[in-house]
Each structure stands twice: as C-alpha cells, then as structure tokens.
Design a protein around this ligand. Structure first.
Ligand code: ATR
Length: 276
C-alpha cells in the first residue's frame, strides 16, 4: 500500500463559497485517509492549463463547478452517459494522464430522495419539474433512468422547457409556469429546480390544494432548509425531502473514485455543512 497523499479538490471561479471542502474533509477524517481536498480558484482562461497542472501534480481528480462544467466536458477523454445527457460535468477522475468526466447531480438527487423517503419510487407516477436550467436537466435525466412514466417541465421561459422536452423525448412535455396548478392532480413527484424560495430570491408561489395525498415534494433549494414550498407540503401531510441531501449525495461517487472508500451521508455531515 502506498502512503502517498491522495489529493482532490473543487475547481471554480469564484470558489470561496463551496461547501465541498467541508463534505470531503469530513469523510477524509472519518476514514483516516492520507488525503486532502481543497478549493482551487481557476479563471475561465486558466481552466484547461490548471487542470493539466493538477494532473501533473498527481491529483486523483476534482469536482468542477460554475463556470467550468461545460468546458470540463469538452476537455475530457471519456464521458459517462449521465454527463453526456446533461451536457455538463461536475466530477473529473484522472487516471494515467487521462480525464474521465461524470455528472453526479442526478444520482445525488435520486439518492437523496431514497434516503429521505425510502418508499418513494420514480415509477409511481408523473413528475412535475419546475425550471429548465442545468439542475433540471440532471434531474430529468435521473428520473427517466429511474423509470418515471412521464415528466412535465414548467418554466418561466417556455422555449427552454420545450427545448428540454424535445431533447429528452416523448415522456417529457413542457408547460408555462401558469399551468402548474392544472398539472398538480396528476403529479406524484414535484421538484423545484429553480432558485425561487432561496433566501434573497422571490418565493415560488404554488397552491398545492390539487396534488394527490400520496405525492412527494422536494426542493433543490437548501437555504432555507425548509422552503415555503416544503412547509406548505408538510402542512398538507405530503412527504417532503429537503435539498441539502442532494448536495451531499452528489459528492459520494467522486469521493469513492478518488479516495477508494464509499462514504455515507448522515446527520453529522448535515450538521457540519449547515454550520459551515
Ligand atoms: P441551474 O444550473 O442551477 O439550474 P440555471 O441554468 O441558471 O441554473 O437555471 C435557472 C432556472 O431557474 C431556470 O429555469 C430559470 O427560468 P428561465 O429559464 O425562465 O430563466 C429559473 N428561474 C430563475 N429565476 C427565476 C424567477 N425569478 N422566476 C421564475 N423562474 C426563475
């Protein structure tokens, strides 16, 4: 066994707000791994050469965040199906000088729901996805992989929702935000993928009166942890899952690939990230 330090990190611009060092740092300590995980600021102009430098320095890989997720995909030698479908990478694994690009946002989304609502199945019924940005793309792909029968995408800019529907095929259709109320009675999984409801952003205003009692409501916003959408859903007796777990679960595959141990997402980790 080599006692060489295993290095990874998160690359972005700016990068100081990233929670990833807290998450991976906790797992490195927990497994007593001889490793490091740091935040690395790389400007858009310096991204490609910066990644080459990390490879030369013996890094195992890195997470990539805004604004590098698409560029990372372009410079990869191999690309996972998820990253291909999402059109962006958030996890790079370096091996023998080559770059493998993956996107773990979708699996993070699914595993977060499965942990928070163990009886939930994507195949139970239609999903209503609010938003049509990068996060929505990852979530739609993951729901389809998990055998959801139908997805409706509601977005302020209907063209973007229509574009996603055309990309993902005939299980996915697009509606304007104003149609959400009408769609709720056939919704089993409701997902907010926009920043609406986040501290400092406008609220997401939806009346859930029409949604089945068996539905699950989840939000990718985790600041606040309990958004107005989740509060309303809870008051109606619906199952809810908050967005913090998606951030934590998306980190699992990268950690395992770089450090060779599969971490778990538990309450202690949630507390560390909330406090950090
Ligand atoms: P991400 O990669 O996090 O998904 P994004 O690609 O910028 O971010 O997408 C943001 C999503 O939030 C979009 O669906 C956006 O709607 P538009 O496509 O109409 O821009 C949605 N969004 C952001 N602010 C919004 C607002 N104030 N009202 C409604 N939707 C909003």
């Amino acid at each position: 066994m080599s006692d060489k330090i295993k290095k990874a990190g998160v690359v972005g611009w700016p990068i100081n707000h990233s929670k990833s060092p807290l998450i991976h740092g906790h797992w490195i300590d927990q497994f007593e791994i001889n490793g490091s995980y740091e935040a690395i600021a790389l400007s858009p102009e310096g991204f490609t050469s910066g990644i080459r430098t990390l490879i030369a320095q013996g890094y195992q890989g890195c997470n990539v965040t805004i604004p590098h997720k698409e560029t990372a995909l372009k410079m990869a030698d191999t690309i996972s199906n998820q990253a291909k479908a999402i059109g962006a990478a958030n996890t790079l694994v370096f091996k023998d000088g080559k770059i493998h690009a993956d996107n773990t946002d979708g699996i993070g989304f699914i595993n977060n729901i499965k942990q928070g609502a163990p009886n939930w199945l994507a195949s139970d019924g239609s999903a209503l996805v609010i938003g049509a940005g990068g996060a929505a793309r990852a979530i739609i792909h993951a729901l389809l992989e998990d055998a959801v029968p139908k997805i409706i995408v509601a977005n302020r800019t209907i063209e973007k929702a229509a574009h996603l529907a055309a990309f993902f095929g005939d299980k996915v259709s697009a509606v304007p935000m104003g149609q959400i109320g009408k769609m709720l009675n056939e919704t089993q999984t409701l997902v907010n993928t926009t920043a609406l409801g986040m501290t400092g952003q406008p609220e997401l205003i939806i009346d859930l009166y029409n949604i089945p009692k068996t539905a699950l409501v989840t939000d990718i916003v985790y600041n606040p942890l309990k958004t107005a959408l989740l509060t309303q859903a809870e008051e109606r007796g619906l199952q809810t899952v908050d967005g913090l777990g998606m951030l934590l679960h998306q980190a699992v595959p990268g950690f395992e690939a770089w450090f060779g141990a599969r971490p778990i997402v538990d309450k202690a980790l949630r507390q560390i990230v909330l406090a950090g």
